[in-house]
Design a protein around this ligand. Sequence first.
Ligand SMILES: Cc1cc2nc3c(=O)[nH]c(=O)nc-3n(C[C@H](O)[C@H](O)[C@H](O)COP(=O)(O)OP(=O)(O)OC[C@H]3O[C@@H](n4cnc5c(N)ncnc54)[C@H](O)[C@@H]3O)c2cc1C
Length: 456
Amino acid sequence: MKMKKEALNLDELKSKISGSVLTADSEDYDSARTPWLLSVDQWPEVIVVAENTLDIVEAVRFAKANGLKIAEKNTGHGVARPANDNMLIVVGSMRKVYIDPINKTAHIEVGAKWIDALEKAQMEGMAPLMGSSSDVGAIGYTMGGGMGWLARKYGLSVDNVISYDMVTADGELIHVNKYENDDLFWGLSFCGAAFGIIAAMEIKLFPVKTVYAGSLMYPREVASEVFVRYREWITDIEDDWTTTISIENYPQLPIVPDFLQGKSAVVVRGCYAGPVEKGEEMIKSWLDWMEPMANLFGAIPFKDADSISDDPKDPIPATAQSIIINELSDDAIGILLNRAFAQNEPTPLFTTEIHHGGGAMARADKDAVAYSQHDAPFILNMVGLIPTPEASLAYTEIANGIKSEMKPYSTGNVYMNFLAGDEKWNQTKDAFTPEAFKRLITLKNKYDPKNLFCFS
Ligand SMILES: Cc1cc2nc3c(=O)[nH]c(=O)nc-3n(C[C@H](O)[C@H](O)[C@H](O)COP(=O)(O)OP(=O)(O)OC[C@H]3O[C@@H](n4cnc5c(N)ncnc54)[C@H](O)[C@@H]3O)c2cc1C
């Protein structure tokens, strides 16, 4: 039974942990509850700001004893559901990362962002399989698949985890790998947040120092030609290339350079993890084909990979919807061009980016993890900026319209990391095969039968 707020013995909890326990009248309550995605407004009953794994253990035991459900927040880039009236465990200060250069692995603590692992790994000439922004939490990203700029060469982050340490719904710390708690290892690998709090993970690192990477920006007037050339380009492209093509509508906001504010463009992005000269040659073929408005390709240390997408760092009121698509047919391209570009007035649809799948992602051992979208040919990610309820409604209408028209080209599945808010919540099932989903329910009943971890 859930205890009333007044009946919660928070002094007892405070006496057991090194971090802090916050309620609505605490000074730090607002900053602790606010996620990076400002579109989610959450009001937990109790917030535990954890400083170490023992704090997480004690917080979980307290929540269980007092009938509180538990949500976890690291950066708040991917909050699925507001943790209202329950317990939020905030882990953002637990950012330790240890690199093992001999075995090419990294041990990553619960609150580490990719930047923490990236900087240390690059000192040893290695890279983690992070995504477009090193500001994102390493574990949260991995729980949703983890498709970054090395995905076609080395695979998804979720396929390259060696082990997890997890705090269970009983408040026990357990080690999970292919041999120990192997059923859970399969399930944590894509659905971890539903079973407990992952206190740490050990991942593989890869030998990547310099990449040839960046973006080509073309005016919207030639978008159709750019899409067709992109489709031809990726037909037989090497796995060393991970690329996307994106329709972008730039808002009139300070995060956007002046010359782009209020404009739209089509952008080809890519990261080549092979010899720099070969990457340069490939991009020259684009430049010879058509001069872009901007060419930001160049040889960069992988530690600067954030520059490829240049995602915003400061929190924003963003949201996202996503579908997996089979093909970039002429008709599919036509739908995207008609629907995704702004029409005469500002649009809340910021970017409509298509990620090219395949390569090492498709070659992974599909039975080893619950993740079920290894064969996705293309993943469409529609990011919206929704500072007002009206913008939110307008975004939903546009995104739903695109999804509906793209249905003939869609697999009917989704990629979890490119969903936000209700979409993430409502479409969880579509991220899995029916068999995997059934197996996950069995695991959930075994490890968290009371659904303590119900927010993710
Ligand atoms: C700017 C931006 C760029 C992105 N780029 C990419 C990209 O290139 N590729 C890609 O695949 N995804 C990308 N994403 C999606 C991102 O990976 C997800 O939103 C991810 O869930 C963020 O994790 P987090 O820990 O930072 O966020 P949080 O909101 O703190 O966590 C997200 C979810 O994971 C759960 N969770 C996090 N850590 C743990 C843990 N230790 N134990 C249990 N549950 C946990 C939380 O409870 C929450 O439900 C991007 C998102 C943004 C906003």
